[in-house]
Write a protein that binds this ligand. Structure first.
Ligand SMILES: NC(=O)c1ccc[n+]([C@@H]2O[C@H](COP(=O)([O-])OP(=O)(O)OC[C@H]3O[C@@H](n4cnc5c(N)ncnc54)[C@H](OP(=O)(O)O)[C@@H]3O)[C@@H](O)[C@H]2O)c1
Length: 272
């Protein structure tokens, strides 16, 4: 497993996304993933599976300290007291004394950012999370966050795959020592039939999904692909035994002109 260093955090380059994984099958997938070598699990309050993620973690037998666990605070809990209370709730569900990374799930302009980030930093200082960060933040919001947050931010978790250019966010994060963590890294499965990725994969004996994940990791971007299928768990982590050439990296980056954004809501910020 490779790691990405980000303001003191050491983030395993591949993690398991758990959005839409529920109940027993979620616990089973988390357990299996950890047995197969995953060391990074991504959950969120709003996924309603923190309990099962914790169960899978314990069932795997992997030492707690060897696993990087991320959860995210939903936007209705951004007032300082709510943020602390809801973090405690998340920890109780996970049955953990602390997470590795705690993120603001989306920006919420209804609560002043300085207040929310002050509370997030306090939660870190109280030992409830080893690192803190944000998600779905634009360049302007990253700059604002850095200016008011009393603690370093480890990452901005954003949608990133070959069909969406994220150069601006990547540059902003790099300036501040933050990682970009890629969500929907395989464009929710759409890359499966991509001709360019499949062709590049053929040359390396890899699938389109593996080429896509390798392209992210080779940019120092941790990726958190989700699958509900045990056999795909192995496929998505088996990307550390080959490398894409500079030309192949460039060829995939050029696909970003497609501007495919899969996650967008009325409450989303004005994207870069
Ligand atoms: N911060 C945020 O706002 C935010 C937003 C969205 C997502 N996320 C996080 O990012 C994670 C990943 O994003 P995502 O769930 O949107 O999408 P994704 O990981 O890009 O794609 C998941 C889809 O791809 C399929 N898939 C998985 N591995 C495959 C492979 N090797 N070949 C072909 N298809 C494959 C899965 O189907 P099967 O189940 O059939 O394998 C599933 O339908 C989430 O689970 C969540 O943890 C965060």
């Amino acid at each position: 497993m490779q790691f990405v260093e980000a303001n003191g955090a050491r983030i395993p380059a591949i993690g398991l996304g758990t959005w839409e994984l529920r109940g027993r099958s979620c616990a089973r997938l988390v357990e299996q993933a950890l047995r197969l070598g995953y060391r990074h699990i991504d959950t969120a309050q709003v996924y309603e599976n923190e309990r099962e993620v914790g169960e899978g973690l314990r069932a795997s037998g992997v030492r707690r300290d060897d696993v990087f666990v991320t959860t995210k605070i939903w936007t209705t809990h951004f007032a300082p007291n709510d943020l602390e209370r809801s973090t405690k709730e998340s920890l109780a569900k996970l049955r953990l004394s602390e997470v590795d990374l705690l993120l603001l799930h989306w920006p919420n302009p209804q609560v002043p950012l300085a207040e929310t980030l002050g509370a997030l930093a306090r939660v870190k200082q109280l030992g409830m999370s080893r690192h803190i960060g944000v998600s779905n933040f634009t360049v302007a919001l990253i700059e604002e966050a850095i200016a008011v947050c009393p603690e370093p931010l480890a990452c901005d978790q954003v949608e990133y795959h070959p069909y969406l250019d994220q150069t601006k966010v990547l540059e902003a994060c790099a300036r501040h020592g933050m990682a970009v963590v890629a969500y929907s890294p395989i464009a929710r499965g759409r890359i499966k039939n991509d001709q360019t990725l499949a062709q590049i994969g053929q040359a390396h004996g890899k699938s389109a999904a593996q080429v896509c994940l390798r392209w992210l990791v080779q940019q120092n971007v941790p990726a958190i692909p989700r699958t509900s299928k045990i056999e795909r768990l192995s496929e998505n982590i088996d990307i550390f035994d080959f490398a894409l050439s500079e030309q192949e990296m460039g060829q995939i980056s050029q696909m970003g002109g497609a501007k495919v954004r899969l996650t967008d809501f009325g409450f989303a910020p004005k994207w870069d």
